[in-house]
Design a protein around this ligand. Sequence first.
Ligand code: ADP
Ligand code: MG
Length: 327
Amino acid sequence: MTVHVLFENEDWMPPLRRALADRGLEWVEHFVDGGVIDLASLPEDAVYINRMSPSSHTRGHQAGVVYTRELLGWLEATGRRVVNGSRAFTLELSKVQQHASLEAFGIRTPRTIAVIGNADPREAARQLPAPFITKHNQGGKGLGVQLFEDHESFDAYVEAGRLEPSPDGVLLLQQYIRPVQPFITRVEIVDGRFLYAIRSSTEGGFELCPADACAIGDSMCPVGGEAEAQTNEGEARFQLRAEITAADPLVRQYVAFMATHRLDVAGIEFVEDADNTRWTYDINGTSNYNGGVEAEHGLDGMGAIADLCVRLLQTPAQQGLHRVAAR
Ligand SMILES: Nc1ncnc2c1ncn2[C@@H]1O[C@H](COP(=O)(O)OP(=O)(O)O)[C@@H](O)[C@H]1O
Ligand SMILES: [Mg+2]
């Protein structure tokens, strides 16, 4: 039996290929920017890994997101094993859904207001104290993230037509959490197991995408260039946060949250304020891992994903109830 990898960003593939090859697995890669689904057929009995990026539209591949959403439903309806299936993908595509689900789970998120369609964002922003930020509901790479210190500057920004639309048309206005120290934390979890947490400097803007290749041509995600991989003080932008362990109460909540929402793989981000309150604001299902941090500390996120594939390949598939098959 094979592993099928659904992906859209070639840059993220080499570490996954290495991890699958190291375990002697066979896999087929599917670059997804659209496709055909014939509901009269059955998908191959295999393990499917969803590595579809919510920022696909920035590379001209938004149709891949639409295709993947439908494909995952079909795979699951036919009993196929999927790493990060439809529930995970729903969360991946919407911070509104993320925040609602996190809050329902007792995990604190920044106050967030979604603005859609003809609603006036300037008016909606009045419900939030300044400073606040804008961001895209369907994000990744810090898209649409802007900080506003007061409502007047936001009004001017909107009136100048500078507000960039999120690909799904959902604009978020969000309470700004001033980090007590200039970094955010990202917690990596795979298959119910805490791997590690890294800290990412917030100096020089809003960014966090720890993959080595993600940065190319994207100032919001500066991991690629040598110079940009450091902070002003010459520290590495991404560092292990070794004091965060599996026993941390927030990490335990994340692990439980992921089990409830059938998230097999995720990097979950939080920021700490001056009162040491930790605010969770982003869940990344297409987690990418920083090669420098992993090499320094002997960590292997993609290896954990490949191990999950091995486990799934050894688990019997559920019997899919499929009317076509029964005919
Ligand atoms: N509410 C917030 N308060 C303070 N900083 C934030 C907040 N939300 C996001 N940021 C900063 O902006 C970055 C990008 O925002 P995020 O929600 O992670 O979007 P994306 O899905 O595009 O990664 C974060 O890594 C963090 O540095
Ligand atoms: Mg993020």
